[in-house]
Design a protein around this ligand. Sequence first.
Ligand code: 26V
Length: 805
Amino acid sequence: MAQYTKSQLTELIIGKLRRNFGREVEHATPTQIFKCCALVLRDIMNIHRVDTAERVREKQARQVHYLSLEFLMGRSLMKNAYNLGVLDALTQALDEMGFAAADIFELEPDAGLGNGGLGRLAACYLDSMTTLEIPATGYSICYELGIFRQKIIDGQQVELPDNWLEPGEAWLITKMDEVQTVRFGGKVDVHWERGRAQVEHTDYTSVMAVPRDMVIAGYGTDHTNTLRLWDARCALPVDMKYYSSGEYLKAVEQKAMAEVIAKVLYPADDHYEGKSLRLKQQYFFVSATVQSICRAHKAQYGTLRNFHEKHVIQINDTHPTLVIPELMRILLDEEGYSWEDAWDIVSHTVCYTNHTVLAEALEKWPQELIQTLLPRIWMLIVEIANRYQAYLEQAFHGDQAKVENMAIIWDGQVRMANLCVCACQAVNGVSALHSDILRKDVFRNACSLKPQVFKNVTNGIDHRRWLSEINPRLDGLIRQCAGGDDYLLHPDAMRALEHYRDDRAVLAELEDIKRENKRRFAGYVARETGILLNTDAMFDVQVKRLHEYKRQLLNVLHIVHLYQQIKSDRSFEMTPRVFLFGAKSAPGYTVAKEIIHLINSLAATVNADPACKDKLQVVFLENYRVSLAEKLMPASELSEQISTAGKEASGTGNMKFMMNGALTIGTLDGANVEMHQQVGDENIFLFGLTADEVIEKKRQGYQAYEYYNNDPALRAVLDQIAKGFDDGVAYDSITNRLLFGGDEYMLLADFESYRQAQERAAKTYLDRTRWNQMALTNIARSGLFAADRSIRDYARDIWHVPTRE
Ligand code: 26V
């Protein structure tokens, strides 16, 4: 790897400042400095990019294309400097110019092009694919507005636009010579000529797709990859030709349609709505992507016949499912292949990852919408659906219930997951439990026909970002115990930490690292909000999207229970705690917004009550996002992973906490199951019903209010919440939902078990040696949850591509 010294970087940054801003360092603003740093690193990565592209071409290597409507990248300056091996040099260069690197890093807006877990996973995977030297490209939309900025006003969530491109676009390179055109609407005529279908598409609206590429650097390698973000522009300027031919309105309409497509990320991850703009986004990005892959392939090989040998397309949830009919369209209509040949190529190219089993989150599109917006794609989906139906009738010997369950078009709707299962050679879940549920429940019928298609790849996180970069002292301790920086490329090496389980000096250092991280985080919160966190208390943290199944409300029930004990018993002794929450709610998800309001009402009352001083504090952290998580994870001690068993596909926050030495209180759900397997009963606080027990209890007829009647503590908690707190807001709508609305996520059934697990955690916290040993064990065994491991699994079991040793 080429190395850059401090003075070389200084010279490059000064050069950029002069050329791009006409400034000398003394007169530069910090934002200009940020942009110049980004441009300098971008230049370095671009040189690597050209070399990588050349190597891949020469080797005729098989490539991975990772399609996702979301890439939650966060910040890139520190990450790129780290991966390029110039973080120290850059820090010193900035220092010499009179700027603190940390302040410059802090200026970068998060690239918030995602909602939560699914988008952040895609970002971690890009890093690992690049580090493992897989030729890979990510594709998404260059949203002008990322996930909204959350403000809490009077205890309630308010959404503000997130304009990240200024100065975030310093990382992007616009490639005007690789623009694609995407067609919407219009009429399609198919007529047969010499045994071949001729397809004529007229009256359509064109939108130009402009690639804005972000180069991705790998760690410890010159290999680079690209994240291609498509921007939407009007295909035709509003010119005189249109005015004179009376098509003025059409031209203006085209312009408006084009510009709205890349305007904003959909901020809902709670349920699907058949919104036409969302479908336009999906097809826009899928069509541009498939065209660009095919164009490059043809330029190199002159034919698409070997397409499936050279490319694998991974689709991140069903959002990019339209690649299937779009690739069929190109092979049939543009290349003139037979249906069988085209299908053979498509079905050997595309793989699908499922990320949720919640019924309301499974994507279904109204047939009329697809028909009018994408008439040719609709025809192809109908043909795929009919052929699949015929196959199913035969395979299931006419069992209509099974045929209906697997149908692609049913009741006027197109079911995207079934289309994926029909076309893909590999369908995977994201944790062992989740993949089991896919096999035994969601896709049981398809699985009975082709069990080998259904696989598991347990999620993982970029441990270089989520440990080494954000927790430098812990990184130091691991290097010291695990023989240097080997663990950065071989995360299993962290296991060596376990030899120090009884080493008092190492345990003391671990404790001291946590203490310092807590103080640093408290300093940040104090500067931003004026709130003073009690750093002598346990930091108990639940950060994730606000969703009923994730059960932030169960956490609230427990806090209210503690508060009532403090109030009713003056001599009540408890392990002091700071409960920290961070969560965005989908803007239209009323119940979730009420829960945010409730947490803030509770926090205001508790924090103002002298009885809680030094014992109990509750803080809702505004605008939870990647860059806030990076500050919070190293300071966390107890990780709340308390979803109803069977509902959280994997979770990835759980892994970030574990790697930073927080202990988990959680249910046997998602990847918690594998965490438990790694660390054993004695290093995790498990509670609650298992996934099977949840199902069994529902089958028997679960009665939530029986728990209310039989448990006086729980009754007192619910009565208090219904009445509300000092601000006079009543929350009986929430308690009624639990008591009389069926308590879908079984909070009341798990309350007592949760309370006991919390008691165990509180007691253990007082035994410092024990707690530190548990933390050490968790860190040591977290290597399984490195994204490098997940990507090696994908490469071996699904993509069939080689990886770096
Ligand atoms: C649904 C919708 C519906 C409306 C439009 C926007 C949108 C975006 C996403 C979704 C589905 C979200 C699925 C998801 O985020 N799943 C999470 O994936 C993580 C990575 O695999 C996993 O760790 C989490 O457990 C899982 O909830």
